[in-house]
Design a protein around this ligand. Sequence first.
Ligand SMILES: *Cc1c(COP(=O)(O)O)cnc(C)c1O
Length: 372
Amino acid sequence: MARTATAVIKLTAIKKNYLYAKSLAAPAKAIATVKANAYGHGAIEVAKALTDVADAFGVACIEEAKELRDADIQAPILLLEGFFTADELTYISENNLWCVIHSQWQLEALQQARLTQPINVWLKMDSGMHRLGFLPDEYAKAWHQLTEMSQVNNIVHMSHFSSADDINSSFTAQQTVLFIETINNLPGDISIANSPAVLTKALTKTLTEKLTQELTSREQWVRPGIILYGACPIDDEVLAQPLIPAMTFTAKVISQRVINKNDSVGYNALWTAEKTTKIGTVSIGYADGYPRHAPNGTPVYINGKQSRVLGRVSMDMMMVDLSMFTQEDCIGFEVELWGDNILASKIAKCCETISYTLFCGLTRRVSRRYIT
Ligand SMILES: *Cc1c(COP(=O)(O)O)cnc(C)c1O
């Protein structure tokens, strides 16, 4: 038996989640965000599975776009941070990549570029996140500059929410109003919604009638990421319910023993038995991407039953409670770390992180298996 640390990925779930996101945002089109190797799920496999439904794909850089083009993915690909150096522009124009422009230096580089085909630009506004983009009072000038460039074809207005995952925050509405007011006299499609904004229908919820009209008179692009993979970025069962977890991350029990009352387990003896306890060792650790800071009691799912992590997670192994299997030989039992029975967002909450980091943190030692 080879060591098993496996992420089984249901591609049909990703397709269903994409279509669900689109249905929530209808009639908007949707960028399927597949940056960071599709949040650890495998960018090529995910893009292929979405090929006949996705309007476009979103990636962080040209290397990620090239990976998709080399795998014969034909749909438009949006570079979410645009180009990092001007020499990328040739490939961008020749391969139908769409390009975010967020800074003055990019505008100038674009103006100086000699391109065979004009490119589609997504002009980014900093509506309050203060990460990327032109401030509202610089925005119209940048837009006018772009409209005059022969290197530029279509221009989409774009911004990004900082707090859409916090349903009690008024900041999302504030950003939306600023965004819509700033582009008021500038024609073009718009794009601002990420996963939490799609789930909560943040754009249509809080606007005045006039701004809603302004908004709906334009074509919209939403940019779902994490929800494609079936994880909910908001701690809310109703919002999470329609999403289908795409990844099931599993390993196996490789050793079992019974320890005495007051015996402790693992590095730094972080867990101590209060009574005689059967425990098991699982072939998974932080070098696979299971979080080292998962505390005692973090849930795992073993052979159909809820169990828990005991002691410190080590590099290649961790220990779990097997007291629900006193009679059985547990060697070879499958242990679900997250998946259908234990949501990744639940593990993330236990570990004071987000499902995004769990998915992106899976290392190459984990074998990905795909189900279509
Ligand atoms: C990653 C990213 C998204 C997707 O975010 P989710 O929260 O995963 O939906 C959308 N827009 C931009 C600009 C991003 O960088």
